[in-house]
Design a binder for this molecule. Structure first.
Ligand code: IDP
Ligand code: MG
Length: 149
């Protein structure tokens, strides 16, 4: 089983999409392992997006992420990193298919509602950054009804 870091960005929170987004991951058959509602500091946002520091949109991206509270989560499941990215949809909402979160709820790339780790390695890094205290270990009683093993 794999884990991924998912964050509902400030626009997703402001627009009342928290429940809808959590629902999509929950109903799919992934398990919520950690969650917090926080407004992060500039230096923290810069660390989270460090790989994009040289991009021209970096300043605006950091402003966006620190503009209000976000919902930071860890979700667990089979292939949850790649499948999570498919649930979220393409970075540019106009390229995101209907049925994906960005395809259904976003218009602009700088207001694309949600973040998801792009690889298993970045998921490890992001989970360690956002949840240094660790996550909750629990097992869903539904597990055998969702997974073959
Ligand atoms: P991702 O969120 O789909 O992984 P990344 O390329 O990692 O996409 O970019 C991180 C975030 O930076 C995007 O979700 C989006 O909010 C923002 N971003 C990416 N490209 C642009 C751009 O060209 N203009 C403005 N913001 C952008
Ligand atoms: Mg990314």
């Amino acid at each position: 089983m794999e884990s991924t870091f998912i964050m509902i960005k400030p626009d997703g929170v402001q627009r009342g999409l928290i429940g809808e987004i959590i629902s999509r991951f929950e109903k799919k058959g992934f398990y919520l392992k950690a969650m917090k509602f926080i407004t992060v500091e500039r230096s923290f946002a810069e660390k989270h997006y460090a790989d994009l520091a040289t991009k021209p949109f970096f300043g605006g991206l950091v402003e966006y992420i620190i503009s209000g509270p976000v919902v930071a989560m860890v979700w667990e499941g089979k292939d949850v990193v790649a499948t999570g990215r498919r649930i979220i949809g393409a970075t540019r909402p106009w390229e995101a298919l209907p049925g994906t979160i960005r395809g259904d709820y976003a218009v602009e790339v700088g207001r694309n509602v949600i973040h998801g780790s792009d690889a298993v390695e970045s998921a490890h890094k992001e989970i360690a950054l956002w949840f240094p205290e660790g996550v909750s270990e629990w097992k869903s009683q539904m597990h055998p009804w969702i997974y073959e093993v």
